[in-house]
Design a protein around this ligand. Structure first.
Ligand SMILES: Nc1ncnc2c1ncn2[C@@H]1O[C@H](COP(=O)(O)OP(=O)(O)O)[C@@H](O)[C@H]1O
Ligand SMILES: N[C@@H](CCC(=O)OP(=O)(O)O)C(=O)O
Length: 363
């Protein structure tokens, strides 16, 4: 099968871009740019999410005293990002293509106006024929303000830019139906919207320089595919992997998450990725759960809220949970935390979360 996409987000993991000694895998980077250039010249818009700054920096710097985790990540990424982006830029220039560096933090996606600002930046670059190369700004993002990893960031960007597909390139052929180290394990080639069995086989194991492992890749892949964006998890160390998946009738062994129907509005898509920005929690009763999951578009009313947790302001994103602690979804609260409580006895009030600003998790 071949896939004829017009707009793609490609995420490349640290282990594809660096050799085992941590130095940049320049030959692999050149080969990836050759493929991207080929697609670009055929009219495909590409956003590249590139990991590897920390790994590249680590191989450059010899520490003279031990540093804590945050300081060393700041040091390595600051040094490694320069090396990496220069290398990317050199290769793109050889093909006559302009590329640009976009460094971002989770904060840039938390507020709706910041999110729209990011979106505008990518749109402008793409409209001007520039390939954006994105990475988390590791030098200034610390612990709770960090993305789980660049897989999370790439899902956000693919969704924000309405990409046709997200291609996650790692150092492994895809998601295996068992421990990837065992010879009897096989790559799962297709995952449909309703499939669930494959999830049991994902372990917390990571590769040498990886941050989130297959666990984040697979949960981001599911979420992104549910929104109507195809996701491919493939081996970035395999020659011609991008051009083969996109343009050839060849069978590249990898995992393809079939896209669901495109249904979410732009606001809902932003909310879909807001888990880590949520400022508080609304616990809702069974009646409210049933109403939200009914086929009718339903907003969440204060009367269905049994508990309010955390300090949030009007307009903040909140998590919605049922009374058994299951995640129901996320939404933008129309009340500050203390106001939801005060009015919870009336069914006639404006909703706490309006349907247009509500995203249900459906898991
Ligand atoms: N079922 C599975 N199938 C494939 N890989 C798995 C599975 N369970 C755990 N993994 C691990 O996930 C790793 C890829 O994630 P990660 O190390 O974060 O890579 P990257 O640097 O590309 O983001 C694989 O190298 C493998 O060790
Ligand atoms: N921003 C970090 C990448 C962190 C990360 O997500 O790494 P990976 O799991 O290899 O995609 C860096 O450039 O080193």
């Amino acid at each position: 099968m071949s896939f004829n996409y017009k707009k793609i987000t490609i995420k490349v993991g640290s282990n594809v871009l660096t050799k085992t000694d941590g130095t940049l895998n320049v030959a692999r980077m050149a080969h990836l740019v050759d493929q991207i250039a080929q697609l670009y010249k055929q009219g495909v818009e590409v956003i590249l999410v590139s990991s590897g700054a920390v790994a590249a920096g680590r191989s450059e710097i010899k520490l003279n005293k031990k540093l804590d985790t945050v300081s060393s990540r700041q040091l390595y990424s600051a040094v490694g990002q320069v090396k990496m982006i220069n290398q990317w830029a050199d290769f793109f220039t050889q093909h006559g293509i302009n590329c640009a560096q976009v460094l971002t933090t989770k904060d840039n996606f938390g507020e709706r106006n910041h999110y729209l600002n990011m979106k505008n930046c990518f749109t402008t670059l793409l409209e001007n024929g520039v390939v954006p190369i994105v990475n988390e700004n590791d030098t200034i993002s610390v612990s709770e303000l960090m993305f789980t990893d660049n897989d999370e960031l790439s899902g956000l960007i693919a969704s924000m830019q309405n990409s046709d597909a997200l291609l996650i390139l790692s150092n492994i052929d895809g998601i295996y139906d068992g421990n990837p180290a065992l010879s009897e394990s096989k790559v799962i080639t297709e995952i449909g919207q309703k499939d669930r069995d494959w999830m049991e086989n994902i372990s917390t194991q990571k590769s040498g320089f990886g941050r989130g492992g297959m666990l984040t890749k697979s949960s981001i892949a599911r979420k992104t595919a549910k929104e109507g964006i195809a996701v491919h998890i493939a081996n970035g160390l395999r020659d011609n992997v991008l051009t083969d998946i996109l343009r050839k009738e060849s069978q590249v062994i990898h995992t393809w998450f079939k896209p669901g129907k495109r249904k979410a509005s732009n606001v809902k898509k932003w909310i879909a990725y807001s888990d880590s920005f949520a400022k508080g929690e609304l616990v809702i009763n069974q009646g409210a759960c049933d109403a939200l999951f009914s086929p009718k578009a339903t907003s969440l009313l204060p009367i269905g809220v049994t508990k309010v947790k955390g300090q949030f302001k009007k307009g903040d994103i909140v998590k919605i949970m049922d009374e058994k602690g299951h995640l129901i979804g996320w939404g933008k609260s129309q009340y500050a935390a203390e106001k939801v409580h005060a009015k919870s006895d009336s069914a006639k009030q404006k909703p706490v979360v309006h349907y247009d600003y509500l995203y249900l998790s459906e898991d």
